[in-house]
Design a protein. Structure first.
Length: 243
């Protein structure tokens, strides 16, 4: 990492392209999902080493339930097996695991495994790894609004709504990455991405490695994050033309 440069505090990623990666190799789509898990391991390790505080990965959206039942079943089983085999490694590396989403359609076994994994890593104070599964940004905002209405909060302010979002405990993402060539947010962290820097790459997720992550962060460093201000109002070290 260049001297004087800090990594983004929070990186959020849509891991797109597993199925296309497999199709290009004349393999079943599930083979791409298996290979995608290797990419997850590499990116988690790289973020930990770089000093990223929060990494949020979009693994399964509320809309993904529309996929073929065979693929959905495989993904749920892969999630279960990943929790079984990876949580001890995360824990030994001081990584805290959080799972973001409704969980209502998960099996009892998967829900229990998630709860155990979160409890086991709850006291870790290193990288916070969040897996968004059965999550949607619209679902998140509607839930927050319904909670405010039930509590009788009026008027509804941005601050009040933000506190009731499913990920209220984390800072908003600094850098959003989407692999696979598509340039959409796809109902991911809609509220939280308002001022995130967006980075899109044609790389399919199984091919996304540490070098690709470093390239994304290098692009992030070239951005000037003004949050409504002018360049002249920024501290000198945050201006785009600062080396």
């Amino acid at each position: 990492m260049p001297e004087g440069r800090q990594p983004p505090r929070h990186v959020a990623i849509i891991m797109d392209g597993n199925g296309r990666w497999a199709k290009k190799r004349f393999l079943p789509r599930v083979a791409g999902h298996k290979r995608g898990l290797d990419a997850v391991r590499e990116v988690v390790g790289a973020c930990k080493e770089m000093g990223v505080g929060y990494l949020t990965l979009f693994a399964f959206s509320t809309e993904n339930w529309r996929r073929p039942q065979e693929e959905v079943t495989f993904l749920m089983d892969l999630f279960l097996r990943a929790l079984e085999h990876e949580v001890s490694k995360l824990h030994s590396n001081n990584i805290r695991l959080q799972v973001l989403g409704s969980r209502e359609r998960f099996s009892a076994e998967l829900s229990e495994r998630i709860a155990r994994a979160e409890a086991k890593t709850a006291d870790n104070d290193g990288l916070v790894l969040t897996i968004a599964a059965d999550y949607g940004g619209r679902w998140d905002i509607v839930n927050a609004v319904n909670q405010l209405v039930a509590e009788g909060v009026a008027p509804i302010t941005e601050e009040a709504l933000t506190k009731r979002l499913a990920m209220s405990w984390a800072p908003e993402p600094d850098l959003f990455i989407r692999t696979g060539g598509e340039q959409r947010i796809s109902n991911f962290l809609l509220w939280q991405l308002a001022y995130s820097e967006l980075y899109f790459t044609d790389l399919l997720w199984p091919d996304f490695d540490r070098a690709a992550l470093e390239q994304a962060i290098s692009s992030y460093w070239q951005r000037e994050r003004r949050f409504g201000r002018t360049s002249e109002q920024l501290p000198e070290h945050l201006r785009r033309d600062t080396p």
